[in-house]
Each structure stands twice: as C-alpha cells, then as structure tokens.
Design a binder for this molecule. Structure first.
Ligand code: SF4
Length: 256
C-alpha cells in the first residue's frame, strides 16, 4: 500500500501540547481554505510505500512518545490505519489533525483503538454553512466538491465520533482578518460547541492565521491578528467554554 506523503518533522513539541512527537504530513485535501499555509501539499502527489514512513517513525521512536498525522488531510489516506497500527505496536500514542471531512475514517480508527487524540478544525460555526463554505474555499476552487452543508455535516459527525469515544478532542479555529474572526463569529462558534458537546471541558484553541504564505494571493497582505486581539477573542469564547487557549507567533500557546 502507498500513501501520498509530503514531509516529516522527526521531533516536534508544537503539534501535540505536552508531548514530544514525530509529525508526518500527507498530501491532498478536499478543501481549499484561502489561508492554507500547506498549499504546496495540496496538488502534486508523491506516493511512497508504507515502509518508507514506518522507517521514519521507527527512527524517531527513541525521542518521542507520540506520532501525529497531519497534512493536507491525513484521513484521506487509507494507509493511516496500518501506520497507526504500527505506531501502536512500538508503543506510541497516535494523534490526528483533521479538517473533519472523513468521519468514516475517524470511526474506523476509533473502532480499532488506533487513535488517542483528535485535533479537529472548526473553521466557522456549523450553524452557518455559508461562512463555513467560504472559509473552506467552496465556490472559489473547483477542487472543493462537497457543498457547505455536506462539509458541516461531516465535521459534526467527526466531532461526535471523537466525543462519543471519550477522547477529549481539541477543536481549533484559525482566525484571519476579513475572512473569519469577528467577535460575533467567535461567539457563535464557542456557543455552538457549548451547546453541542456534552463534554464542557473540551479544549478550544484560537490560532493566529499567518496570511503571508496563504493559498489565496489577495490574502497575503492582510494584517495579521495581533496577540492582544486574539486574547480578546479568547475572552469572548471563554464566556461559553471552560478551556480556551490562543496560539500566536509572539507568545506561543496561552491559556485564557
Ligand atoms: S483543511 Fe484547509 S488549511 Fe487544512 S490543509 Fe486543507 S486546505 Fe489547507
């Protein structure tokens, strides 16, 4: 079996808070978020054998306690199942960064007990498919085939899958000026999470989008949200949720 591989960070402390992890990035994604930083991974395939990826996981094993599958969208890859199996066999925890569009794969990993943590994008409020679609590049990029309603339904199913198995997912929103990140939009996302999820302890993270290297050229000159602005947005989310964090270039990760 082959996987559509992009890159490896052999030792990362940023991709899973509190863990030293090896992060594997895969190519391909069904979305085209205008702010995407990993857009070089979206088009050109690079198929490699599973053994190539396993070897890298094995090499990092002495230094890490976890593997994180990221991308692109890792759950597009059927090979993630045997790779997670391999990681488990050598005693690693498995984390998945996902945009939530592949709940079936999420369920398979849960069923086989091959995942320990989901990090799920919540790009806008699922109550607002129109905005969700815009943030996912629907209507702008032909590559985005799912409608906004289909995307939000998949994201909800993925969140429900992660929650129902007691894995305490981390939900995250990337904020970019003039696209998503107004006070109302953040309130609406946090409110949706608080109403929808039984686990009020869920961690919600607001990530500072860096427009400089965005997929969409006209975003690249957009002024980045300052740390103070993000902090204020975090305080708004905190009105609805207990565990809110912000992630910025200036100050790393902060608890609100
Ligand atoms: S979900 Fe969006 S940001 Fe993430 S890889 Fe796909 S296009 Fe890029």
């Amino acid at each position: 079996m082959k996987v559509n591989y992009a890159d490896t960070v052999p030792l990362s402390t940023l991709d899973w808070r509190g863990k030293a992890a090896i992060t594997i990035f895969f190519r391909g994604c069904p979305l085209r978020c205008p702010y995407c930083q990993n857009h070089p991974y979206l088009e050109e395939p690079d198929l490699v054998e599973l053994d190539f990826v396993k070897e890298q996981i094995r090499n990092s094993r002495p230094f890490v306690s976890a593997v994180v599958f990221s991308g692109g969208e890792p759950l597009m890859q059927k090979g993630v199942v045997p790779l997670a199996e391999f990681a488990k066999e050598i005693g690693l925890l498995v984390g998945i960064h996902t945009n939530g569009c592949y709940p079936e794969m999420a369920k398979e990993l849960v069923k086989q007990k091959l995942v320990d943590k989901f990090f799920i994008d919540i790009k806008a409020s699922p109550d607002n498919p129109e905005l969700y679609g815009k943030v996912a590049g629907w209507g702008e990029y032909e590559a985005v085939k799912k409608t906004p309603e289909e995307i939000t339904a998949k994201v909800i199913e993925t969140i429900d899958t992660a929650e129902s198995c007691g894995l305490e997912p981390e939900l995250r929103t990337t904020v970019i000026r003039d696209l998503v990140g107004s006070r109302e939009e953040i309130a609406s996302i946090a409110s949706w999470i608080s109403k929808h999820m039984k686990n009020r302890e869920v961690t919600y993270v607001l990530q500072q989008g860096i427009p400089e290297h965005s997929l969409q050229e006209n975003l690249r000159k957009t002024r980045v949200f300052e740390r103070e602005e993000l902090y204020e947005l975090g305080e708004i989310a905190k009105n609805f949720l207990k565990n809110v964090r912000i992630r910025t270039k200036e100050a790393g990760e902060e608890i609100i």
